[in-house]
Design a protein around this ligand. Structure first.
Ligand SMILES: NC(=O)c1ccc[n+]([C@@H]2O[C@H](COP(=O)([O-])OP(=O)(O)OC[C@H]3O[C@@H](n4cnc5c(N)ncnc54)[C@H](OP(=O)(O)O)[C@@H]3O)[C@@H](O)[C@H]2O)c1
Length: 271
């Protein structure tokens, strides 16, 4: 009896220490800008009359990004480039320019569709379960790289890609390996500025059924509460981070935005 009480107490003690450690190391850093500075950044950016394209605007991160883009209006022109026409109820969204392309033929047929944008966002994605191994590589690597190449040729100055935490070209896992290769090859294209976002598990109410993601999210919610930047990324925080990182005149070159930075940038967008 005494043994059991001792074991349970030790277990509770270990869990408490672990939670305290996680909570200490995975809090969101304070906002980078005060509210007035934020407002000035947005106003200044609007005056530049910049344009952007979004690929993957129908996906979860793409939808969240589009919502912020339409709410804050940093761009004079927004074009959605997809494999199908996207249908919207909202009047503002209905008015957006859309281009439907064949992603297999970007190099031969669609170079013009990527001509003349200041900023390009890529939120493409799939899962191995949905697309199979070949399909996963095609979408996550081939399509993403073709989009990035066409954008570079078309004059895009700032290319932004939603990647993932843990990517590594040398990984044993296909997911991390393919995304690691894609990130590197996109960086090597020589954009004036390229931002690669590496979020953790996206906290999102996905329309599509992904049972494993749902279970992971349910388990992660309490952890996300105690240690927000540890293992999860709310989808709206990712989108806000992308917007702030667009309007903030960041330094040229390649920038890897990790999950902690995504949280900080996202929480700094207070407008
Ligand atoms: N889910 C997570 O927890 C998580 C965590 C970290 C990183 N990420 C990464 O974040 C990125 C975006 O993820 P997400 O969950 O926002 O994606 P998502 O909801 O699955 O959306 C994927 C987007 O890609 C488009 N797409 C898929 N297959 C295509 C094809 N064959 N041709 C053209 N377009 C195609 C989809 O268009 P349709 O609407 O036409 O299908 C959709 O717009 C991915 O790279 C993912 O690996 C995800």
């Amino acid at each position: 009896m005494f043994n059991w009480i001792a074991r349970i107490s030790t277990g509770i003690g270990i869990v408490a220490v672990l939670l305290a450690y996680l909570s200490f190391h995975h809090q969101v850093d304070p906002p980078i800008y005060a509210h007035t500075e934020m407002d000035a950044l947005l106003q200044n950016f609007r005056q530049l009359n910049r344009s952007c394209f979004i690929v993957g605007a129908s996906g979860e991160s793409g939808k969240a990004l589009l919502k912020e883009v339409v709410r804050l209006k940093p761009f004079a022109r927004i074009v959605l480039i997809s494999r199908r026409k996207l249908e919207y109820e909202d009047e503002e969204l209905k008015k957006l320019e859309q281009r439907v392309i064949d992603f297999d033929k970007i190099d031969e047929l669609h170079q013009n569709d990527f001509q003349g944008f200041d900023v390009g966002y890529s939120c493409l994605g799939t899962t191995r379960g949905k697309a199979g191994k070949e399909g996963f590589i095609k979408i996550e690597h081939d399509y993403t790289l073709s989009v990035a190449k066409a954008a570079k040729a078309g004059g895009t100055k700032h290319f932004q890609l939603v990647s993932s935490r843990g990517v590594d070209e040398n990984s044993f896992f296909l997911y991390y390996q393919v995304k690691g290769q894609t990130d590197r090859e996109v960086c090597e294209l020589g954009f004036e500025r390229v931002s690669i976002y590496r979020p953790a598990v996206l906290l999102v109410d996905r329309v599509e059924r992904r049972p494993l993601e749902k279970v992971a999210q349910a388990l992660l919610k309490p952890v996300a509460y105690i240690a927000p930047t540890f293992i999860s990324t709310p989808i709206d925080i990712l989108a806000k981070a992308m917007i702030l990182n667009t309007i903030n005149n960041g330094p040229p070159g390649a920038q890897i935005v990790d999950n902690k930075e995504i949280h900080q940038l996202g929480n700094s967008l207070t407008v």
